[in-house]
Write a new protein. Structure first.
Length: 134
């Protein structure tokens, strides 16, 4: 097939890059620290990078639009007792409270109707969790 459906017109073309970013990567680091007589502490940090993402064209003659690249950091601190049957963890997602957009989907299709939509990424969130093994 050498064309895209007529509903879209020429706003999306076969040679356009897909929404998937060219670069995506992540890294994580953690270290378990024994605490004499009290179990252990494990700090952890993760970083995830997403490169710019194609949003498509708003009109058949306009240039491609892109969501900017972004990086998100997450952190966690876990305590385990000596028997390793009790765990308490505190975590923060999106540590730097980065405001970012998830890819705009089919903006070219809806632009003719005057509509473009997107999703905003999750804000900073935190959690405290407790687990007990029996």
């Amino acid at each position: 097939m050498d064309r895209i459906g007529v509903t879209v017109g020429k706003s999306i073309q076969l040679q356009d890059p897909i929404v998937t970013p060219h670069w995506r990567g992540s890294l994580g680091i953690q270290y378990r620290i024994p605490v004499e007589g009290h179990g252990s502490l494990t700090p952890r940090f993760d970083l995830a990078y997403t490169g710019k993402q194609n949003q498509g064209r708003l009109t058949p003659t306009s240039a491609l639009s892109y969501n900017p690249a972004f990086a998100l950091g997450n952190a966690r601190l876990t305590w385990r007792n000596e028997n390793e049957d009790l765990t308490v963890a505190f975590e923060v997602q999106n540590v730097f409270d980065k405001y970012y957009y998830l890819p705009i989907r089919f903006s070219a299709l809806y632009a003719s109707a005057g509509t473009v939509y997107s999703n905003v990424g999750r804000p900073r969130e935190w959690a405290l969790s407790v687990a007990k093994k029996f």
